[in-house]
Design a protein. Structure first.
Lengths: 242, 380
């Protein structure tokens, strides 16, 4: 069994505030891992450390077999990332965005054009190839952003609230894309606020105040907390006083 | 290298797709040169003057006439009271008062010396100084003529003591390299430098900070782009644009203001090439320490003020206190202005501006190293 993500006692403090408090997580290769938590629980801070945007205060992490601290460029070559904010270039066309990221990851021209054709076919965006990205509806933008994050076939892909603000049908389609990626061997590490989406995950963790309060398969978690739904588990953990 | 190609394509596409930016880049050099080089001058034209002539003589009238004939003064008011003149000065109806005391002519004839009083509004010290020197010049010339005229009268009368030939030392000034002392020839090179600085520093800072705000910079930082490649991709397009702006500016300077280009043109571009690296590097550094376009804009203008005041563009370096001269010497803008003026107006060659080129190269290397070092993908 190989581990795609291996986090040990990862901690990040901002002054007196501990945003991420010694978390430890292991994600197996090919897994779809749900990284849950209330707003402000520290999910985004944790992800930012894993993808090399933020230095940890202490602890260690390996992603795709590389140490986040000492081999950050190797990590970057092997991961994809889709942030909560849409971050493709609004003032470039769909195909220009795809070409740009293909070029950045060192794909050759033939590969870029083959993958672009396949991607636009799958997304049903072939007719929008020359449209400015800013003119696309939000759902399409999100699917495009995910496909671009997958363009270089990363070993691990990090999705930070990928389905925020999109309609249920698009969300369903989005998760189909996530499953397709996992089926091809990509490890998916995703945060979400939707508990129905959490049910789709192989395993998940729930973060509360910078710590991981619970971890397991959706079934295990429901059994452990004797709750009918993940929603219930989440509310009990995130609001212990209630 | 391949990555750089893709990034450069993206940068150029984005810049060219911003029509407001492109329009501005072409209009700014033209408009700034037109306005600033005509407005930013120390020359004082047509000072309004209140005349108080207590003498009412042929010679006092001649003095007034000489001042007016110089074209630099207009006698807009006259009275026989200095108090009235003061009031006019206070109300800003005039810039100066000329007082010719009673007995001016007789003093001049008898003792060959007479006094006039000039009262200036010195709120604007520079303008007052210039006006004063104009008055001095006109009066000196008149005095010289009078001295000759009086000497002639004296020698025509044998019974009078022979006119002592007063030895006169005449100072004749000739401004080399700008013989007509045309301020525009002097200002245009400086304004071009100022323009390149704004284009280089401001555009770079805004460009990078905009990506920060949009979140696209974060997306790039997650990719394996080498830092130097990222920076090259950001700087090369803006460097090219600034060079285009310089070219437009030089053409306007030549066609509209007939600013000479006595030295080799390539030397101006070589200096600009180096200077821009420093200017762009500073823009990059600003983008590293700010989070929003507003902050970047603010830091930029604060720095630009210091830059400009310490550059010798508006005030000569030689008249600054020693500590300020040291600050000015560390300012790459000062050296580039010196290079531009030297090459364009004085016909300086590569050897003459070697020190400036050296300083520019060192500042470019220094600033760029700091900017690359400051740009970190991972926040600490």
């Amino acid at each position: 069994m190989t581990l795609a993500i291996e986090v040990r006692d990862l901690t990040r403090r901002f002054g007196d505030f501990t945003a991420v408090d010694a978390i430890s997580v292991e994600v197996r290769a090919g897994e779809v891992f749900g990284f849950l938590g209330a707003n402000g629980a520290g999910k985004t801070t944790a992800i930012r450390m894993l993808i090399g945007l933020l230095a940890p205060t202490s602890g260690s992490a390996r992603v795709a077999g590389f140490d986040v601290l000492t081999q950050s460029e190797d990590v970057r070559r092997n991961i994809g990332y889709m942030s909560q904010r849409f971050s493709l270039y609004d003032d470039l066309t769909v195909s220009e965005n795809i070409t740009l990221y293909g070029g950045i990851y060192g794909l050759d021209d033939a590969t870029i054009s083959a993958r672009m054709d396949a991607m636009l076919q799958t997304l049903d965006l072939a007719s929008a190839r020359r449209s400015m990205v800013r003119s696309l509806p939000l759902g399409w933008k999100q699917k495009l952003a995910f496909s671009v994050a997958m363009l270089h076939r990363p070993r691990v892909v990090f999705l930070d609230e990928p389905t925020g603000g999109v309609d249920p049908i698009t969300r369903r389609q989005f998760w189909e894309m996530i499953y397709a990626a996992a089926a091809e061997g990509t490890t998916v590490f995703a945060t979400t606020h939707y508990m129905d989406e959490a049910e789709y995950c192989d395993r998940l963790s729930i973060m509360v105040d910078g710590r991981i309060a619970a971890m397991g398969t959706p079934g295990e978690l429901k059994a452990a907390y004797n709750a009918p739904s993940l929603d219930e588990v989440f509310v009990r953990l995130a609001r212990p006083a209630a | 290298m391949r990555t750089l190609r893709f990034l450069l394509r993206k940068e150029f596409l984005q810049i060219l797709r911003d029509p407001a930016l492109v329009r501005m880049l072409f209009m700014i050099p033209i408009v700034q040169l037109m306005i600033l080089s005509n407005a930013a001058t120390f020359e004082v034209k047509r000072s309004r003057m209140h005349v108080v002539d207590h003498d009412h003589s042929a010679r006092s009238a001649a003095v007034i006439q000489r001042l007016v004939a110089s074209g630099r003064f207009v006698a807009t008011e006259a009275s026989n009271s200095v108090q009235r003149g003061d009031d006019a000065l206070m109300r800003r109806n005039v810039e100066m008062i000329l007082v010719i005391p009673h007995g001016f002519e007789s003093d001049l004839v008898r003792t060959r010396a007479a006094q006039v009083q000039v009262l200036l509004n010195a709120e604007d010290g520079a303008a007052a100084g210039v006006t004063q020197s104009y008055v001095r010049e006109v009066l000196a010339r008149y005095a010289a003529e009078q001295s000759v005229a009086l000497a002639a009268v004296a020698s025509a009368r044998p019974e009078a003591p022979p006119g002592r030939g007063v030895p006169r030392v005449e100072l004749r000034t000739r401004g080399w390299y700008n013989p007509e002392l045309d301020y525009r020839h002097y200002m245009v090179p400086g304004i071009l430098v100022q323009l390149l600085t704004i284009v280089g520093t401001l555009l770079t800072a805004m460009n990078v900070v905009r990506e920060k705000e949009a979140g696209t910079l974060e997306q790039l930082n997650v990719t394996p782009i080498p830092r130097a490649t990222f920076i090259a991709a950001k700087l090369i397009p803006l460097w090219v644009i600034a060079m285009v702006v310089l070219t437009i500016g030089l053409i306007v300077g030549r066609l509209v203001f007939t600013v000479p280009m006595l030295g080799p043109l390539w030397l101006v571009f070589a200096g600009a090439a180096l200077y821009l690296l420093a200017a762009l590097g500073i823009g990059l550094w600003i983008s590293a320490v700010t989070e929003t376009q507003q902050q970047a804009m603010f830091v930029n203008f604060a720095m630009l003020m210091v830059y400009l005041l310490m550059s010798g563009l508006f005030t000569p370096i030689a008249s600054m206190p020693p500590w300020a001269q040291w600050v000015a010497r560390a300012n790459p803008m000062m050296h580039f202005i010196a290079l531009m003026r030297g090459v364009m107006l004085r016909g300086a060659g590569p050897v003459d501006v070697l020190p400036q080129l050296g300083v520019l190269a060192v500042s470019a290397a220094l600033v760029l190293s700091i900017a690359i070092w400051r740009y970190q993908k991972r926040a600490s």
